[in-house]
Design a protein. Structure first.
Ligand SMILES: NC(=O)CC[C@H](NC[C@@]1(O)OC[C@@H](O)[C@@H](O)[C@@H]1O)C(=O)O
Length: 262
């Protein structure tokens, strides 16, 4: 009896090995993924009428999680600026919200391989006289804090008054109530808000050099490798294409994410 007990005592290498196997990706809760996301970036990621998270990023990442053998995926809404710091300090296992991969961001977090490349859009009302990036000068432009749009506007729209908001909802209501003349956000979200509030695109700026990736804490090579492998598999078997066509109908499809015949 004693021999058998010692074999499975906590200190035995077998038990430790088993312990390691239960949580190979260093998750907060083994077998569950806690994911920081946004509630107002439809159709990338948003909460539907019953408060459930859905959208391209949500369904794509849930598929990736299933490929990792993880079936419990909990999405939690955050202000965008808080997502990367919270992922870096271990409050979440991942950040998934059309988060562009950039060297600056890679100083605080690691990213999976990219899964979505598109445009940054200047969205405006029909009455503002903002018809392209050159007519932004002397106007007020909303940006969500911490986004690539904020960075881009600070570098390129130097004659424009930048007004910073915590999230898309606040920025869009400022645009609708006239507090700002335009809002700088992601293309597909801009398209959705334009349809809902009779707004127009004044400019669509490519952001292909910063494709969206899954943000994870630094120092988790096994987790990153597993994510990259699952993302690749999702693209190769056509899941990525199916979800893209579902959530971004009519949008051009970046070829690098489609099944490769090779
Ligand atoms: N959800 C957000 O508000 C994120 C805003 C912004 N997204 C940029 C981006 O990742 O959006 C998805 C794709 O179009 C990428 O090419 C693009 O860089 C950012 O990463 O800062």
């Amino acid at each position: 009896l004693f021999a058998s007990l010692s074999l499975f005592s906590l200190s035995s290498p077998l038990a430790n090995a088993a312990g390691q196997q239960e949580n190979p990706y260093g998750l907060i809760e083994p077998g569950e993924l806690r994911v920081a996301s946004l509630g107002d970036a439809k159709p990338y990621t948003f909460t539907d009428a019953s408060g459930n998270f859905t959208g391209f990023d949500v369904e794509f990442f849930t598929d990736v999680a299933h490929r990792l053998g993880i079936n419990k995926v909990v999405f939690i809404g955050q202000d965008f600026a808080g997502i990367l710091p919270s992922v870096a300090n271990g409050r979440y296992d991942a950040g998934v919200a059309a988060i562009g991969i950039t060297p600056a961001r890679e100083k605080t977090v690691d990213f999976s391989s990219g899964y979505l490349a598109g445009y940054l859009t200047v969205l405006t009302r029909k009455d503002t006289g903002v018809t392209d990036v050159n007519s932004l000068a002397k106007h007020r432009l909303a940006v969500v804090q911490g986004t690539l749009q904020e960075n881009y506007a600070m570098q390129h729209f130097t004659q424009t008054d930048l007004v910073r908001f915590p999230d898309n909802n606040a920025a869009i209501s400022a645009l609708n109530n006239g507090t700002v003349d335009a809002d700088f956000l992601d293309y597909e979200a801009a398209k959705d808000y334009a349809a809902r509030f009779n707004l127009v695109h004044a400019a669509d700026i490519p952001s292909f050099d910063a494709p969206a990736g899954v943000a994870i804490a630094k120092g988790k090579p096994a987790f990153k490798a597993a994510l990259d492998k699952a993302i690749q598999a999702s693209m190769q078997d056509g899941t990525w294409k199916k979800l893209y066509q579902k959530w971004f109908p009519g949008s051009p499809m970046p070829k690098q994410y489609l099944p490769h015949s090779s």
